[in-house]
Write a protein that binds this ligand. Structure first.
Ligand code: ADP
Ligand code: MG
Length: 342
């Protein structure tokens, strides 16, 4: 059998299979790009659950005209340039795949302006060879990525899209996770022309609870305790649910490692273990935790969508989180005890 080199579009579509599962995954990748670009304000417009339109506009650093083509090419990234960089990732992106993948399965335009450019430029990639066309456009400093008709050319994928409502719920969840990870960034979300979320940037402590309750509800804010724990180059901050809180809200379980949202069994296990003896049966604790680790001590390049991490010293991290959570739980229950005995 003859061996063929795949045309770029097909190669990108195959890669897209791993990162672009549904509209919400597009939103995640684009939001991460906006954060990496230093944006402080991001507007997200969605039509028809994202199947028709996903538009993300930011006030980040923008992309120079000469780099627009590269931004849409596979394995092109401004975020790392060596193995050393890969071993100490601080940015959300680094694979240089998202824009290439998304543009191979949609009609994507990228419009951008940098501080030192007089005008904005717009790029889109087309056809099997994904040739990029660049033309002048109007746009303030920052970028807008517009994704139309996701999966229009991959019918098998399009078929797997669920109802508009379900797809939008996934998007809403992604936006919420990002909003929790960066209180300093203002984020607006509209669906079919209607404003659905407005998360304002937090400038001081007093505004923090307002944002937290906008994202997680008043119940969580009223029933959780703040946590801050440090040891060596490990630090953990966030909120954990009071063990004696009357209403358990099981949906709120978020964990961030160096700013990146994770589903990590090790971390989850450590938290559960700390709550052992405080919660009954199948009760699940709610928490929002932010772990900072020396980036050399953690590998984020485990999965294309970067949902998982590997800690070099996982036992240490586990015990650290366990101790940190346990200490606030002990303190909280002691306070409640002394209150009731007064
Ligand atoms: P990665 O994020 O892994 O680098 P992407 O395909 O998501 O790969 O993006 C490619 C490049 O395009 C990025 O490295 C960045 O330089 C540029 N880029 C993408 N989105 C934005 C944005 N919103 N603002 C500024 N630059 C961007
Ligand atoms: Mg990216």
């Amino acid at each position: 059998m003859a061996i063929n080199l795949l045309p770029p579009q097909l190669a990108n579509q195959i890669a897209a299979g791993e990162v672009v599962e549904r509209p919400a995954s597009v939103v995640k990748e684009l939001l991460e790009n906006s954060l990496d670009a230093g944006a402080t304000s991001i507007d997200i417009d969605i039509d028809k659950g994202g199947a028709k339109l996903i538009r993300i506009r930011d006030n980040g650093c923008g992309i120079n005209r000469d780099d627009l083509k590269l931004a849409l090419a596979r394995h092109a990234t401004s975020k790392i340039s060596s193995l050393d960089d890969l071993e100490a990732i601080m940015s959300m992106g680094f694979r240089g795949e998202a824009l290439a993948s998304i543009s191979s399965v949609s009609r994507l335009t990228l419009t951008s302006r940098t501080q030192d450019q007089e005008e904005a430029w717009q790029a889109y990639a087309e056809g099997r060879d994904m040739a990029v066309t660049v033309k002048p456009a109007a746009h303030p400093v920052g970028s807008t990525v517009e994704v139309l008709d996701l999966f229009y050319n991959t019918p098998a994928r399009r078929k797997f899209l669920r109802t508009e409502k379900t797809e939008f719920a996934h998007i809403d969840e992604v936006v919420r996770r990002i909003a929790l990870s960066r209180f300093d960034v203002s984020i607006n979300l509209t669906h079919n022309g209607k404003r659905v979320r407005q998360y304002r940037a937090v400038k001081d402590e007093s505004q923090q609870n307002r944002r937290l309750s906008a994202i997680c509800g008043n119940n969580f804010v009223n029933q959780s305790m703040q946590l801050s724990w440090e040891h060596g180059d490990l630090a953990i901050k966030g909120w954990v649910e009071h063990p004696l809180s009357p209403v358990q809200s099981s949906e709120i379980q978020y964990c961030y490692v160096n700013g990146r949202m994770m589903r990590d069994r090790l971390i989850n296990h450590a938290i559960r273990q700390a709550y052992d003896g405080y919660l009954q049966g199948e009760q699940q604790p709610s928490y929002i935790l932010y772990l900072s680790v020396d980036p050399h001590q953690v590998d984020v390049n485990v999965h294309p969508a970067k949902h998982e991490v590997r800690f070099h010293e996982s036992r240490l991290v586990h015990d650290f989180i366990y101790q940190g959570v346990l200490s606030v739980l002990r303190q909280a229950t002691q306070e409640s005890l002394s209150l009731t005995s007064d």
